[in-house]
Write a protein that binds this ligand. Structure first.
Ligand code: KIV
Length: 273
């Protein structure tokens, strides 16, 4: 087996993530929430799969990520883990399961690791959740941080606009990123912030910085898989590149099926027993 093939088939670990940053290899990450999608995404060579709490929007149709529960995240996480052979699997701790109480945060993280078999968890915030971060890490559970537009705080922000455009918020974000690194997080996601600020954080940190709407001078990129495949079509932020238009493709296939059933064209002679 060549070195290239070996890297392609070897399970990605949190240490592998940090090695990729040191080698200057960009990290690819997409969300998945179920077995069938995760099998395709992993088979196509993605480095990491995020079982994001965006499942609340994409899978359940809620307006925000707030309603999804720990049990529901565990259901999605375990479904994804059953499909994945190579990618690092990271599961979001949902809103209300880690803020303000580090013991509860640890219990939530332990449940995710035990009941899904995931490799790591992700949580949103900096200084205000640092006690939870430290307590989870002390149990040997790897953490990916998340700063910038943190959707679980949407009711505080009041808008999905770009974050940290003002000096004070930018300074806090840089400080929080350092705090997360010093605590021992293995990576941090920066969502919807100015590209120059994200580049500065990526340069200052040793751990990988994964961007979403944070420009290309970071160590990797993450997108919601339903957005990049065009399954969702009602959401078009500037940072989103659509690699397919599956909404139209699936809709066309369903219309054809309906036509065939109505016309008694399906099933035909060869499609019956
Ligand atoms: O839940 C999610 O999908 C996320 C990404 C957008 C980073 O947190």
């Amino acid at each position: 087996m060549s070195a290239a093939t070996d890297t392609k088939s070897k399970k990605v670990t949190t240490h592998g993530f940090i090695d990729m940053k040191q080698r200057g290899e960009k990290i690819s990450m997409l969300t998945s929430y179920d077995y069938s999608m995760a099998r395709i995404v992993d088979g196509a060579g993605i480095d990491a799969i995020l079982v994001g709490d965006s499942a609340s929007n994409v899978m359940a149709g809620w307006d925000t990520t707030l309603p999804i529960t720990l049990d529901q995240m565990i259901y999605h996480g375990a479904s994804v883990v059953r499909a994945v052979k190579r990618a690092l699997v990271v599961v979001d701790l949902p809103f209300g399961t880690y803020q303000g109480n580090s013991k509860e945060a640890l219990n939530s993280a332990i449940r995710v690791m035990k009941e899904t078999g995931a490799d790591a968890i992700k949580i949103e915030g900096g200084e205000e959740i640092i006690e939870s971060v430290q307590r989870i890490l002390s149990a040997g559970i790897p953490i990916m941080g998340h700063l910038g537009l943190t959707p679980q705080s949407i009711n505080k922000f009041g808008t999905f606009a770009v974050r940290a455009t003002e000096e004070a918020e930018a300074r806090k974000l840089v400080k929080d990123a350092h705090l997360l690194e010093e605590a021992g997080c293995f990576a941090v996601v920066l969502e919807k912030i100015p590209a120059t600020l994200a580049a500065q954080v990526a340069k200052e940190l040793k751990i990988p910085v994964i961007g979403i709407g944070a420009g290309h001078d970071v160590d990797g990129q993450v997108l919601v898989v339903h957005d990049m495949l065009g399954i969702t079509n009602e959401f078009s932020p500037r940072f989103l590149r659509r690699y397919h238009h599956l909404y139209e493709e699936i809709s066309g296939a369903v219309e054809a099926y309906v036509r065939d059933v109505k016309a008694v064209d399906f099933p035909n002679e060869k499609e019956q027993y």
